[in-house]
Design a protein around this ligand. Structure first.
Ligand SMILES: NC(=O)c1ccc[n+]([C@@H]2O[C@H](COP(=O)([O-])OP(=O)(O)OC[C@H]3O[C@@H](n4cnc5c(N)ncnc54)[C@H](OP(=O)(O)O)[C@@H]3O)[C@@H](O)[C@H]2O)c1
Length: 256
């Protein structure tokens, strides 16, 4: 297993109350980082995770709806007051709402697009806005954005999700170019299906076995495997990966 070391670094992970964000929090805390997780509504779960990370007072959880720009600004400032520095930002929070074009009424269609883009794309851009200024001032940093295989493969039942992740890829690559002169790396992790709440309904439903067979490994990813890819990008010494999109999909979809 790869050994990571984030001693002295503070990492902010959005959507850390479960799934991939929780695994990232566990990995970074295990590698000596100060870990700040955010959650939208799962306060008790997030606080439990912080307790389980150990070292009371070192790690913290903050409520943050990333779809609300004013909340991002105020929570960002609160975290900085407490930790002085944010060295690594992991934009992980996301939603995956079904809205099949021929089966969804127009109001629900608009809601799905509005909420998905506000959370998965615009929310990330707003966190990057504050991170870029802060990291420039302190001489560098790492931003890791969690995208999806769906950006490339298509999401017929979740088109706003596919569009939000394709937009996230393009935004991340643009920011990688803009921020490289300031020693700020921006990278993307693009998982296929991962064993979390987000995918549960599909993995446990009648499509579950077919979904696993999409990979020649005949399974989906664990959240820990995705967290390890995040940590590779966030480590010192991998700066030349900036602008890259790392697939974590078990060869279930090979893009050229
Ligand atoms: N699971 C997969 O198969 C899969 C595949 C490819 C990519 N991904 C991506 O990986 C990331 C994490 O997914 P996951 O599977 O770990 O999801 P998950 O288990 O559904 O957890 C989602 C997390 O995001 C938070 N969240 C949702 N909406 C938010 C908002 N508006 N503001 C702040 N936080 C919000 C949730 O907080 P609460 O608990 O408080 O609601 C939760 O912590 C997402 O970006 C997702 O698109 C997942």
């Amino acid at each position: 297993m790869i050994q990571f070391d984030f001693t002295g670094k503070t990492v902010l992970i959005t959507g850390g109350s479960r799934g991939i964000g929780k695994s990232c929090a566990q990995l970074f805390a295990g590698a000596n980082a100060n870990v700040v997780i955010t959650y939208k509504s799962a306060k008790a779960e997030a606080e439990k995770i912080v307790r389980e990370l150990g070292t009371p007072g070192l790690h913290a959880a903050f409520a943050l709806d990333v779809a609300q720009p004013s909340m991002i600004e105020s929570v960002w400032q609160k975290i900085l007051q407490q930790y002085n520095s944010i060295d690594i930002l992991v934009n992980n929070a996301g939603i995956f709402t079904e809205h099949k074009i021929l089966e969804t009424d127009f109001r629900r269609w608009q809601d799905a697009w509005q909420q998905t883009l506000a959370t998965n794309l615009v929310g990330v851009s707003n966190l990057c806005f504050f991170a870029a200024r802060h990291m420039k001032e302190k001489g560098g940093g790492k931003i890791v954005n969690i995208s999806s295989r769906g950006a490339f493969r298509g999401e017929p039942d979740h088109p706003a999700y596919g569009a939000s992740k394709a937009g996230l890829n393009a935004m991340s690559q643009s920011l990688a170019i803009a921020l490289a002169p300031h020693n700020i790396s921006v990278g993307v992790i693009a998982p296929g299906f991962v064993e979390t709440d987000m995918a549960k309904e599909y993995l446990e439903g009648e499509e579950g076995e077919r979904i696993k067979r999409q990979s020649p490994l005949n399974r989906v990813a664990s959240p820990e495997e995705v967290a390890r890819a995040v940590a590779v990008f966030a480590s010192n010494g991998t700066e030349f990966m900036t602008g890259g999109i790392i697939d974590v999909n078990g060869a279930s979809y090979l893009r050229s």
